[in-house]
Ligand binder design. Structure first.
Ligand code: CA
Ligand code: CA
Ligand code: CA
Ligand code: CA
Length: 301
């Protein structure tokens, strides 16, 4: 699995009231959007909200809006989301996800051609969005075939393309009207969030500059981090590609996560289309990788 580094996303959670029920919007986000529907029916769309705060939030007076649809979030089976809790909206009826109870049934279409969803608090302020600025379709998710949901990666992070991913088809929850597994995680942690919290992240530090020319004994350097483990427990494999990433050859395997490795470039052909890849693997066999920019190897013939 590969996860992009999401710099600064943790800054998103800016204000939490410590007592009582939140009336401000910073606590609730649009966490998952099943705009493609399910294998049983493309009309069986659903949406998940998530309370990222440590305080219960009452959704009375809140609305969720997209296209011409305005959903009164206070009109469902329940209105309060507990801290760290989920809120499930199912379209048309409660058998959209047949084995999980909806918190609210709504009417309205999420067009596969894309739209922006807005979460609006009782003061009329837009406190969160999903798919804002997407020029065509949706930031993530898959339509016919997989019917996979679009999942937020870091629930406290912003509505940007880098913070949405497609359900991985492995971590999934619930069944549709026909009993097929849902390629999504209604009322459960997103597959993308599980990856964000567990899969190592790697950044190649050198070579860094596009078109950098290297020769002789070159010090490759990287930063590798395991979000749920000890960085020193990561094992590092390094590969090079002489052709811009089409073919890969191993430079070294099973290295300690020391941050650098001296590579003897005199053993490879000169060329202007080299890329390095650094792969970090944690004790649970989860791997993340980072690539360098394209660089040149030039040794005297
Ligand atoms: Ca749709
Ligand atoms: Ca249901
Ligand atoms: Ca979910
Ligand atoms: Ca890990």
């Amino acid at each position: 699995m590969r996860v992009k580094v999401l710099a600064g996303l943790e800054l998103g959670l800016v204000l939490i009231l410590l007592t009582g029920v939140l009336s401000l919007g910073q606590g609730v986000v649009i966490n998952e959007v099943a705009w493609a529907g399910t294998a049983a029916s493309p009309s069986d769309e659903w949406i998940e909200l998530y309370n990222v705060s440590d305080t219960a939030v009452d959704l009375t007076g809140w609305t969720l809006s997209f296209g011409g649809t305005v959903i009164d979030l206070g009109s469902g089976a329940r209105t309060v989301i507990p801290p760290g809790g989920y809120f499930l909206l199912e379209r048309s009826d409660d058998v959209t996800i047949s084995d999980i109870a909806a918190d609210l049934i709504y009417k309205g279409t999420l067009p596969n051609s894309g739209t922006v969803i807005e979460l609006i608090d009782p003061s009329g302020e837009v406190v969160d969005t999903a798919n804002s600025g997407c020029e065509e379709g949706w930031f993530a998710g898959v339509a016919a075939g997989a019917y996979a949901s679009m999942e937020r990666i870091d629930p406290t992070g912003p509505d940007v393309p880098e913070n949405w991913g497609t359900n991985d088809g492995i971590h999934r929850v619930g069944t549709d009207t026909d009993g097929n597994p849902i390629n999504g995680t209604p009322k459960a942690k997103n597959s993308t969030t599980i990856a964000y919290e567990t899969v190592p992240r790697v950044q190649v530090i050198a070579p860094a500059e596009e078109g950098e020319v290297i020769s002789g004994l070159y010090l490759i350097s990287w930063a590798a981090h395991d979000p749920d483990g000890d960085d020193s427990g990561l094992k590092i494999d390094i590969y090079f590609s002489p052709d811009g990433g089409r073919n890969w050859e191993l430079i070294a395997a099973g290295l300690a996560n020391g941050g650098s490795y001296a590579w003897d470039t005199t053993g490879v052909e000169n060329g202007e289309n080299y890329v390095l890849k650094v792969v970090a693997t944690d004790p649970n066999a989860l791997s993340g990788e980072g690539n360098s920019s394209i660089f040149t190897v030039s040794n005297p013939g």
